[in-house]
Design a protein around this ligand. Structure first.
Ligand code: FE
Length: 332
């Protein structure tokens, strides 16, 4: 059995056969390698704890954790979007972690009420507009993008992406299903083009004047603006007099069948610490989840905003309802 597990571990991670050492943590990450490796390297440098990891999309990683069950080599799951974290917790693959450090570092609305996952970075999903065609004074709320005055002017990413499912889930939490459906129908009626496969394409369509506004995660804007300093697109912070900007998280949890649960918890706690949080946010132009840590200068330059303080786990709880609603509203 031990030999089998070692072989599986080696095969799974495509690494040399090694015995399971005490000072190591095995991570499954839906966050891309270039966004996590610098953190892991820093942790290893400071603690001597070895971190082995694989990266894949959120769905396949969860399937793998479920299929492996008790035999999983994974101690920690890192994934993006509260919807995915909620789904993983709901599938029973994450352990409840009761940690004073995590409770102090991560605000309550950015973590699972049952302690199965903790947000480690905050991503703001906000409105982006074409500066040649829209005055910021014309913009107010996500809800207002359903108004007929935006007819033929809106671009959106596909409803298949969990980011939009989470955004619609918060509309449901805030307004109830009927009103949320009217809002989404309004967005669809105002579309200038069929939904795009990713946020960057939606931003490029806005830049090209194909549409005037879209809704994106700010780090995609940050990447594009870095490449095109003269980009004719800006960010707008909606709902400042109401619910605040929709925020979501990337986050992590210790697996239910971790072989190194204590070491994994220590790594998770370290990831919530100021030093790690600064890196975690800056690597992808996101906002640190730990409120004691300021965002990177480039991110700060976009300005301060009021964020929605709804617990992000609501996005998970209402995800299935949101998917059905978007389908009824004709949002593809
Ligand atoms: Fe993303």
């Amino acid at each position: 059995m031990r030999k089998l597990m070692t072989l599986m571990l080696a095969g799974a991670l495509a690494m040399p056969v090694a015995t399971v050492a005490a000072d190591e943590v095995v991570v499954y990450s839906a966050r891309k390698e270039h966004l996590i490796k610098p953190l892991f390297d820093k942790y290893t440098e400071q603690t001597g704890v070895n971190i082995r990891y694989i990266t894949d999309k959120a769905g396949p990683l969860l399937q793998r954790l479920k299929a492996e069950g008790k035999r999983t080599p994974a101690d920690m799951l890192i994934t993006v979007d509260a919807g995915n974290l909620w789904t993983a917790a709901n599938a029973g693959v994450l352990a409840n972690i009761d940690s004073k450090v995590l409770a102090a570092n991560i605000p309550a609305n950015l973590r699972d009420p049952e302690g199965r996952w903790y947000g480690l970075s905050v991503r703001a999903r906000t409105i982006a507009y074409n500066t040649d065609r829209v005055k910021p004074s014309e913009l107010t709320t996500y809800e207002d993008l359903a108004d007929p005055k935006w007819e033929g002017r809106v671009c959106l990413r596909t409803s298949k992406k969990v980011y939009n499912q989470s955004l619609v889930a918060t509309l449901i939490a805030r307004h109830g299903e009927d009103k949320a459906e009217q809002i989404v129908k309004g967005w669809v009626a105002n579309l200038a083009a069929p939904p795009f496969s990713n946020d960057t394409k939606a931003l490029q369509a806005v830049a090209a004047g194909k549409c005037d506004v879209t809704i994106v995660n700010t780090y995609y804007y940050g990447r594009l603006a870095k490449k095109q300093p003269d980009l004719n697109v800006k960010l707008f912070w909606p709902n400042q007099k109401t619910s605040g900007v929709h925020v979501n998280v990337s986050g992590a949890g210790v697996t239910a069948h971790a072989k190194h649960p204590a070491a994994a918890q220590r790594l998770l706690e370290w990831l919530s610490s100021p030093q790690a949080q600064q890196m975690f946010g800056a690597l992808n132009m996101e906002y640190p989840a730990n409120p004691a840590v300021a965002p990177d200068a480039a991110v700060q330059a976009w300005g301060a905003f009021k964020a929605d303080d709804l617990n992000v786990s609501e996005a998970g709880r209402l995800q299935a309802t949101a998917i059905k609603l978007m389908d009824r509203a004709g949002y593809r």
